[in-house]
Design a binder for this molecule. Structure first.
Ligand code: NAD
Ligand code: LMR
Length: 363
C-alpha cells in the first residue's frame, strides 16, 4: 500500500466541492491505489455545513479515505498538503463577467498563497478553480516566495472539455476520437478555443466543419458556456467543474496519454506570450510534471486571438498590483526555475563536492 497523500480542498461546503470531494475520496483523482487524507477548509460561518459534508464522506466508507479533518483557516488546512484545490471563492451571478469577481475574491488568494508557502509540503501542486482563476493563481503564486511559480496552475480544463464535447457532438463522433484541441489564455470570454491542430483519426477538424460555423458560432459558444449555464441553472456549473478539476489533477499527477490537455500555467514566453501571467497552453504531463507542447504553427487569426486574451490577463494583473509583492516579480520570467531554486541548490552541493543529478524542471 502506498503512503497516504494529503489533499486540501477550500470552499469545501460549496457546490463544486459537493461533487469533487466524493470523487477524490473514491480514487478518481489520484488512482485507486492511492490512500488519501482530506483536509477541508471553509470560512467560519460555513463550518456547520462542512461538518455535515464530512459526516457524509465518513458514511460512504471509501476504502482509500484514511482521514478527514475540517478547518476554518488555511494555515491549519494546508499543513503538509501535497495537492491543494483552491475552490473557495464567490461565484458570479447572471450578467456578471468573471473579472467582476476580482475585487471580491483576490484578497482570499494572497492569504492562501502565504499559508501554502509556510505550511504546505514543499512539492505541493496547486490548482486554482475559484474565479477569476488565472489571476487568482497568479496572486497565490506571487505570495508564496519559497515555492516555484510552476507549482501554481489554474483551471481551463472545463473549457477544454466543453470544446471537445461540443465538437464531438457536431461531428457525430465520441470525445475520444477528437484530439489536439487547445484552449489558449484566460478562463474568460476572451479565451481562444483553437481547432487548427485538432483532428479526428488524423483528419484535420477544420476540413470536417464549416469555417464560418467555427469562427461565427463555435468559438463564442465555448467562451460563453459558463454564462449560458448560469442563465439556465440559476447557479454556476458545479458537477462539470468538479469533473474538470479531477481530470486536471489526474493528468498532472499520473500523466497524459496520446493527447495533450489545456492547463493555465505561468507563461515562460512560449509562442510569444508575455511572461508574468498565468496563461492556458497545450501541455503534456509525465512523471508528475507538465511541459508546454512546442512547435504548433499559428496563423494570423490565432495570433490575434491569443493576443487579445493575453492583454486581458495583463490588465487583470495591473488591477491586482497591490496584492503582488514586487520581490516575487522577477522569478515569473523564469517560472520553471531553470535559473532559480534548483540551480542554487545544485551549486551548493557542488561546492561540498557532492555528486548531483541536474534537472531543469521541478514542476
Ligand atoms: P459556492 O458559493 O457554492 O461555494 C464556494 C464556497 O467557498 C462557499 O461554501 C464559501 O463559504 C467558500 N469560501 C468563500 N471564501 C472562502 C475562503 N476564504 N476560504 C475557504 N472557503 C471559502 O461556489 P461554487 O459553485 O462551488 O464555485 C466556487 C468558485 O469556482 C467560484 O468562484 C466559481 O466562479 C468558480 N468556478 C470556476 C470554474 C473554472 O472552470 N475555473 C468553473 C466553475 C466554477
Ligand atoms: C464556468 O465556466 O462555468 C465557471 O467559470 C463559472 C462562470 O462564472 O462561468
Amino acid at each position: 500500500m502506498k503512503p497516504a497523500v494529503r489533499v486540501t480542498v477550500t470552499g469545501a461546503a460549496g457546490n463544486i466541492a459537493y461533487s469533487l470531494l466524493f470523487k477524490i475520496a473514491a480514487g478518481e483523482m489520484l488512482g485507486d491505489d492511492q490512500p488519501i487524507i482530506l483536509q477541508l477548509v471553509e470560512i467560519p460561518q460555513a463550518m456547520g455545513a462542512l461538518r455535515g459534508v464530512a459526516m457524509e464522506l465518513e458514511d460512504c466508507a471509501f476504502p482509500l479515505l484514511q482521514q478527514v479533518s475540517i478547518h476554518d483557516n488555511p494555515e491549519e488546512g494546508f499543513k503538509g498538503v501535497h495537492y491543494a484545490l483552491l475552490v473557495g471563492a464567490r461565484p458570479r451571478g447572471p450578467g456578471m463577467e468573471r473579472k467582476d469577481l476580482l475585487e471580491a475574491n483576490a484578497a482570499i488568494f494572497s492569504g492562501q498563497g502565504k499559508a501554502l508557502n509556510d505550511f504546505a509540503n514543499p512539492d505541493v501542486r496547486v490548482l486554482v478553480v475559484g474565479n477569476p482563476a488565472n489571476t487568482n493563481a497568479l496572486i497565490a503564486s506571487r505570495n508564496a516566495p519559497d515555492l516555484s511559480p510552476s507549482q501554481f496552475t489554474a483551471m481551463t480544463r472545463l473549457d477544454h472539455q466543453r470544446a471537445k464535447g461540443i465538437l464531438a457532438n457536431r461531428l457525430g463522433v465520441t470525445v475520444n476520437e477528437v484530439k489536439g484541441v487547445t484552449i489558449w489564455g484566460n478562463h474568460s470570454a476572451t479565451q481562444f478555443p483553437d481547432l487548427h491542430h485538432a483532428n479526428v483519426h488524423g483528419e484535420p477538424v477544420l476540413s470536417l466543419i464549416d469555417g464560418a460555423w467555427y469562427k461565427g458560432q463555435y468559438i463564442s459558444l465555448i467562451q460563453k458556456r459558463g454564462a449560458a449555464i448560469i442563465n439556465a441553472r440559476g447557479a454556476s456549473s458545479a458537477a462539470s467543474a468538479a469533473q474538470a478539476a479531477i481530470n486536471h489533477m489526474r493528468s498532472w499527477a499520473l500523466g497524459t496519454d496520446d493527447d495533450w490537455v489545456s492547463m493555465a500555467i505561468p507563461s515562460d514566453g512560449s509562442y510569444g506570450v508575455a511572461t508574468g501571467i498565468i496563461y492556458s497552453f497545450p501541455v503534456r504531463c509525465n512523471y508528475g510534471r507538465y511541459e508546454i507542447v512546442q512547435g504548433l504553427e499559428l496563423n494570423e487569426f490565432s495570433r490575434q486571438q491569443m493576443k487579445e486574451t493575453e492583454q486581458e490577463l495583463l490588465a487583470e494583473m495591473a488591477d491586482v498590483d497591490h496584492l503582488l509583492p514586487p520581490e516575487t516579480a522577477a522569478r515569473m520570467t523564469d517560472p520553471f526555475g531553470r535559473a532559480g531554486l534548483v540551480n542554487d541548490i545544485d551549486e551548493e552541493c557542488l561546492r561540498a563536492g557532492s555528486i548531483v543529478v541536474k534537472t531543469d524542471r521541478i514542476c
